[in-house]
Design a protein around this ligand. Structure first.
Ligand code: SF4
Length: 252
């Protein structure tokens, strides 16, 4: 059994506080204090950065990909392309259980009238189940993404049994772009078509020049965050920069 999570997280942050993102990723995958680690990836617009880091350090790391069965075909194709190109050997496709889909969204229209319930059904619950066997998961959260993330550390306590690891905590958009270019990584094909943030097809639209990169997600709704992040065992829905964090049972 692993020691107390608060002590482990504090120790990890102390040891690696001044390390660069790639080094944090390497330590996260090798330090015994992190335990069993998975990377959760949407294979979206910027996902290839963390996927590439993992592929260089430990390509057999479990990569959890949530297929909501509402994704763009381009995302499904890109997932296959990136996994093959980077040599990722343990990509696990996570989906909602058939019985749950039949019960709660038999005709696939739940997203039209209750996006929170749809996200819970297709994302939150399956991910939580998939993460249950892990001690830590790697996220792409960054400080620049808003007030609620402005002070995130590389290592965070999520629950008494699990931590989050944020190797890109101190990166900006330009760092991501530079990394992708320098390493000649494939871009999601929808980025070039005006989608700087990519989720499910029914809930994602292109973004106009000058708009917030996430403006195309759940356009016209107050829902703004993909928010697969848990506090005390519950998912946390994070609103945009000017708004406060709101704890919900359901997220996207
Ligand atoms: S983003 Fe839309 S389609 Fe995807 S799970 Fe959430 S509500 Fe459903």
């Amino acid at each position: 059994m692993l020691p107390d999570i608060d002590k482990r997280v504090a120790g990890l942050n102390d040891r690696y506080r001044h390390h660069a993102a790639v080094s944090v990723m390497e330590k996260a995958l090798k330090d015994p204090d992190t335990g069993e680690v998975a990377l959760v990836s949407s294979f979206g617009a910027e996902s290839v950065v963390l996927l590439h880091m993992v592929s260089v350090i430990a390509p057999g790391t479990p990569v959890l990909f949530i297929d909501t069965m509402m994704l763009f075909q381009e995302t499904l194709d890109y997932q296959q392309e990136v996994a093959a190109k980077l040599g990722l050997t343990d990509v696990r496709v996570i989906r909602a259980a058939d019985a749950a889909l039949r019960l709660d969204d038999p005709d696939g229209t739940l997203h039209q009238f209750n996006t929170d319930a749809c996200c819970a059904l297709r994302k939150t619950v399956p991910l939580e189940q998939a993460l249950s066997g892990f001690d830590a998961w790697i996220t792409g959260r960054k400080r620049y993404q808003g007030d609620t993330r402005a002070t995130i550390d590389f290592f965070e306590v999520e629950t008494p049994a699990r931590m989050k690891i944020n190797p890109l905590a101190h990166w900006g958009r330009e760092d991501l772009e530079e990394y992708i270019i320098q390493n000649r990584l494939p871009r999601h094909p929808l980025v070039a078509k005006g989608y700087p943030s990519i989720g499910c097809a029914p809930c994602t639209s292109p973004v106009k020049p000058g708009e917030d990169p996430r403006a195309g997600r759940w356009r016209g709704q107050s829902k703004t965050e993909c928010g697969i992040h848990f506090i005390g065992g519950k998912a946390v829905r994070v609103k945009n920069d000017a708004q406060e964090t709101e704890t919900k049972e359901k997220v996207a």
